[in-house]
Design a protein. Structure first.
Length: 248
């Protein structure tokens, strides 16, 4: 132990130092994941050309499956209930990082084991999603002639503005992390909440589903693929738990 570390150890208990180390490693994990997410942007296909071509392929596939309802739903909402559109714009923003990070922090502070499980599930799901982001870049529906970007049109326009374009992958519509991660947290709410609060377990992902479609940020198939990836991600986490148990 260096003299500097020795002085710290005399001031702070060793358990506190290890706790701080754990907090730092957790923060580093999130930063690393975010950087990997950014690296998936343009890793295989640069520019919007392939992403827009893939969007046309998804539209054709949804039309063949009878699923291409996004333009009709968005147009009806804009024409008949404009305040609902603005509300769903905010829902799209609030139900993602604000709620997910808040719940994650509460779990981290109060139920560390549950936190670790759901963190691993999110990380496993994202790892699978990153492969698709890199190999199948997909423009959001509002980049096509079929839908509009309701957030930029009706506000809050700061979200998703050109100034923010460097902070996220603009061609990572499939799978929809918005929907799939709210499904994971919805399952958490169903398991952990009591009484009528359990309804949040269903309302949370359903409200997010409405938001991602009406805002023009995702196709219906984006949500379905995102939800389908939960099962293999869960399998990876459970396999990891069994391996640790066998070697623990």
């Amino acid at each position: 132990m260096t003299p500097f570390n020795s002085r710290i150890a005399r001031v702070l208990p060793l358990s506190t130092l290890w706790s701080w180390r754990g907090h730092g490693l957790e923060i580093a994990l999130y930063i690393g994941i975010y950087l990997l997410y950014l690296l998936s942007r343009g890793l295989v296909f640069a520019g919007d050309g392939m992403a827009l071509a893939n969007a046309e392929r998804i539209i054709a596939l949804e039309q063949a499956l009878g699923l291409f309802h996004e333009p009709a739903w968005q147009q009806w909402s804009i024409a008949n209930i404009p305040p609902l559109v603005v509300l769903l714009n905010w829902v799209y923003i609030i139900t993602y990082w604000p709620i997910i990070l808040t719940v994650a922090l509460l779990l981290y502070l109060t139920r560390r084991r549950a936190y670790g499980y759901y963190r691993n599930l999110i990380v496993a799901h994202l790892a699978l999603a990153l492969v698709i982001f890199a190999l199948f870049p997909l423009a959001p529906p509002f980049k096509t002639p079929w839908l509009v970007d309701t957030i930029q049109t009706y506000g809050p326009a700061f979200y998703g503005s050109p100034a923010m374009a460097g902070l996220y992958n603009t061609n990572a519509a499939m799978p929809s992390l918005h929907f799939s991660w709210t499904c994971i947290f919805g399952a958490l709410f169903l398991r952990e909440l009591k009484g009528w609060f359990k309804a949040l377990g269903l309302a949370y992902p359903l409200l997010t589903l409405a938001a991602i479609i009406i805002t023009g940020n995702h196709f219906i198939l984006d949500a379905l693929v995102g939800a389908a990836l939960i099962a293999p991600a869960y399998g990876v986490v459970e396999l990891g738990r069994r391996v640790r148990f066998q070697h623990g």
